[in-house]
Design a protein around this ligand. Sequence first.
Ligand code: NAD
Length: 439
Amino acid sequence: MNVSVIGTGYVGLVVGTCLAETGNSVCCADIDAVKIENLKKNILPIYEPGLEPLVERNQKEERLRFTTDLRDAVESAEVLFIAVGTPPGEDGSADLKYVIEVAELVGQHMSKEMVIVTKSTVPVGSSVKVKAAIAKEAKFPFHICSNPEFLKEGTAVEDFMRPDRVILGIESAHARRVMTDLYAPFVRTGKPVILMDVASAEMTKYAANGMLATRISFMNEVANLCDELGANVDLVRKGIGSDARIGPAFLFPGPGYGGSCFPKDVKALVRTAYEHGIPLEVLSAVDAANERQKRVLGVKFKHAIGPELEGKRIAIWGLAFKAGTDDMREAASLTLIESLLEQGVSVCAHDPAAMDQARAILGDRIEYADTNYEALEGAEALIVVTDWNAYRNPDFARIKKALHQPVIIDGRNLYDPEKMRDLGIRYYSIGRPMLAPTD
Ligand SMILES: NC(=O)c1ccc[n+]([C@@H]2O[C@H](COP(=O)([O-])OP(=O)(O)OC[C@H]3O[C@@H](n4cnc5c(N)ncnc54)[C@H](O)[C@@H]3O)[C@@H](O)[C@H]2O)c1
């Protein structure tokens, strides 16, 4: 099938590449000329494990091409995915500007009957606007499909290749046929393709992210209470996660969720609901709890080091909003770093993938270390923000020797409190009792 994907970011690049991998002829288009030139040379704009070899192979075998010529991408497509960003507007609503721009362009340049798929996360009812924007100048019949994406950065290729389910919001038999054919190779193990109306598909994406964000904020609040009461959130998590009605996933407390989806999608759904006079009080609280949670590591740091922070230096391991990605959007590390800088603390940070992205945001206001151990030099204490595998089993003797004070503040509960106590490290984690070192 001739497929075009407009917007070659985290989602568009993965979608286009994986569709090429299953034999389709895919054109990925973007307005960012540098990104496209690099992609032509197999230089990826994002860090996403497993993606680079697929891009390279599919380009070599001529199933995947990259262009800035959006008109060409539209003209050649039987199926066109809109995968541009939908950033939050001032009031929290999702900004549809880029989606509508693309829809208008599709209407102007379509050369045959097409299926136009909204992959971007768009508020319920957006398909009506997308359809109207296409229809303004369309000279051929077209079919709208809402196909929300559930991939996770860091495992995006695997998630797209082996989805838990595929959601298709469709309005015509033609769209159903084309889309179920396109997805057939990805659901051979029997995972469901769930067909529904377009509004329900749009809502499904927001409801899924709202539910996941709720679990995270809920567990963060439970962890904070565990901290106060001397309970251990690890045990509580296991205790509730083994209940089949609850399940074990997404129950890990941390420094607050970030990334390009949860924060923005939660706010956008709250906004949509507000506009319709249906307050989403649970989700509003989830959002507020997350904002609070992003400050927890800073509070623990102050508690550990004392109120006089001015002039102190701190090592930070992990900048990306989660492991496996270089994405810094809404990362908890940013809230922490801003608050440390405000208090006169200097920061030396390390991240295996997100240093360039961090530099683009923070510039030279912090230092960047080549290795995680280098970041410790001259530092008062270590704060672990992102759960990269490389941080899971470090050389604790080396950490202790490098730090002015043997203090680790762990935002991801990576280490064993008893082991830390035995090593003489003052160890603060999220929702687990601190065990005072004996030596
Ligand atoms: N990142 C995720 O994990 C994820 C997961 C599921 C859904 N989504 C949703 O998918 C959408 C895209 O997210 P992303 O993270 O890939 O965004 P991104 O910012 O990484 O990529 C968007 C791309 O669109 C391009 N673009 C913008 N306007 C354009 C235009 N008019 N024509 C062509 N290209 C244009 C940009 O240059 C950029 O390369 C968003 O709606 C997001 O909410 C994201």
